[in-house]
Every structure is written in C-alpha cells, then in structure tokens.
Ligand binder design. Structure first.
Ligand SMILES: C[S@@+](CC[C@H](N)C(=O)[O-])C[C@H]1O[C@@H](n2cnc3c(N)ncnc32)[C@H](O)[C@@H]1O
Length: 220
C-alpha cells in the first residue's frame, strides 16, 4: 500500500499549529528559554505532539502519569495540563540544570505541586518507586540505549486501560537505513522489534514528531 503520511514541511507545520489550540505565554516562554540552550533544544517534543499528548491524557481520564526523560519540562506541562487538577506526574531525569527550567515554568503554570521530580539515572529511580505503584499514562523519552530496559520496567506498572508512549522510534528516518549501525539506531531498532512481538501488549507507531509508539496492555 502506498504511504499516506509524509514529512511535514515548515509551511505545513506552521499551518498545523495555526489550526490547533494556540500556545499560551508559559508554553511560548518555555519553548523560547529552551531554544536559548542551543542544539540540545531539539530534544524538546514538537508543540503538535505536546497538544496530542495533552489531549490523550484528557481523553483517557488519566490521573497518574510517569515520564522518563523530562529535559526542560515541556512534555510534563502538557501531560499535567491534560490530566487536570488533582492529577500527579512523576518525572525522572538526570539533569538538575535542564529540569530547573521546567520547575520554574511549572511554578508559573500553577502545577508544580502535582509533579514529583526524581533526579538520577532513571533505572535507579524506577527501583525506588513503590513496587505496586501503577500509572494511567507513561511516557518514555530518555536515553535510547536504555529504551528496552525502561519498557520492561514500566509495562508491569501500566494500569489496565492505560497507555504507554515512546518517543523517537523512527529516529529521523534512520531506522530503515541498513548502513546505519550506530548505537542509538540499533537500540531503537531492537526496541521496536521487541515491542511489535510482545504478546503482553498491543501497539502502533504513529508518524507524529520523530515517531511515537503507543502501547496498551493486550485485552485478555
Ligand atoms: C529527549 S530529552 C526529553 C525531552 C522532554 N520529554 C521534552 O519534551 O522536553 C531526554 C532527557 O533524558 C534525560 N536522560 C538521559 N539519560 C538519562 C538517564 N539515564 N536517566 C534519566 N534521564 C536521562 C536527559 O537529561 C534529557 O533531559
């Protein structure tokens, strides 16, 4: 079948944003402050992906979420706003510097009391969570070589009816280039194969942003 999706041009990306809920001053400030960091700003999810994730959180009626890879807090802002008042988000990241930008904006948005930020390697932080703690929504967006380990750690923590999202699974299109054998590309390829073959879950890859996998527990 011929593909129906295509890469977004700058014009289409602008059009798409112009026809979505407008970014508010806090979102604009967070995007601008992140841009001042230089090239690393490319790690921030795209605004249209943020809108999608916020809407999904709302549609799911999610009350609890877990994020692995918070950076400057943009995706966290979208998730908490989507879930609404009284919901909680646990954020895992290694960077005090980057997450401090997030903290300042969460404060301005009035959602900082809904977010628990655990600084340190995410695999270690995950081990500190109560063994029976589960989440309605989980977002993986940290170091790619650990994707598989994160997946294995969080699938048992997903509530029935909940959703796990995983970012960058098309890896700028490098995923289908057989000559690319770099560590990150190989790790994501291995991860995608693993998820597609996992009988515990149902999943699909959405061509949003850099590729977003959406997973739920298989219906029994
Ligand atoms: C792609 S960025 C996350 C972007 C963020 N979700 C957003 O939309 O702005 C990846 C983040 O993972 C963090 N990270 C990298 N290795 C990590 C590890 N082993 N444990 C926890 N966080 C890690 C980095 O510090 C970085 O902030």
């Amino acid at each position: 079948m011929a593909p129906k999706s295509f890469l977004l041009t700058e014009q289409l990306a602008t059009y798409l944003l112009d026809h979505s809920a407008p970014l508010d001053p806090i979102e604009r400030s967070l995007i601008a402050t992140t841009a001042e960091l230089g090239g690393v700003a490319g790690m921030q999810i795209a605004p249209e992906q943020g809108r999608f994730m916020g809407l999904l959180a709302s549609l799911l009626g999610a009350r609890t979420a877990l994020e692995i890879g918070t950076f400057t807090g943009y995706s966290a802002l979208q998730l908490v706003r989507g879930m609404g008042p009284g919901s909680t988000l646990t954020c895992l990241d290694v960077s005090e510097e980057w997450t401090s930008i997030g903290r300042a904006h969460w404060e301005r948005a009035g959602i900082s009391d809904q977010i628990e930020l655990l600084l340190g390697p995410a695999l270690s932080s995950l081990e500190t969570l109560p063994a029976d703690q589960r989440f309605d929504l989980i977002f993986i967006d940290a170091d790619k070589p650990n994707y598989l380990a994160y997946y294995e750690a969080v699938v048992p923590r997903l509530n029935q009816g909940g959703v796990l999202l995983v970012d960058n699974v098309l890896w700028h299109g490098q995923i289908t280039d057989p000559s690319d054998t770099s560590e990150h590309t190989v790790a994501i390829r291995h991860f995608n194969d693993h998820v597609a073959a996992d009988p515990r879950t149902e999943s699909t890859i959405l061509p949003i942003g850099d590729g977003l996998t959406m997973v739920r527990l298989a219906r029994s």
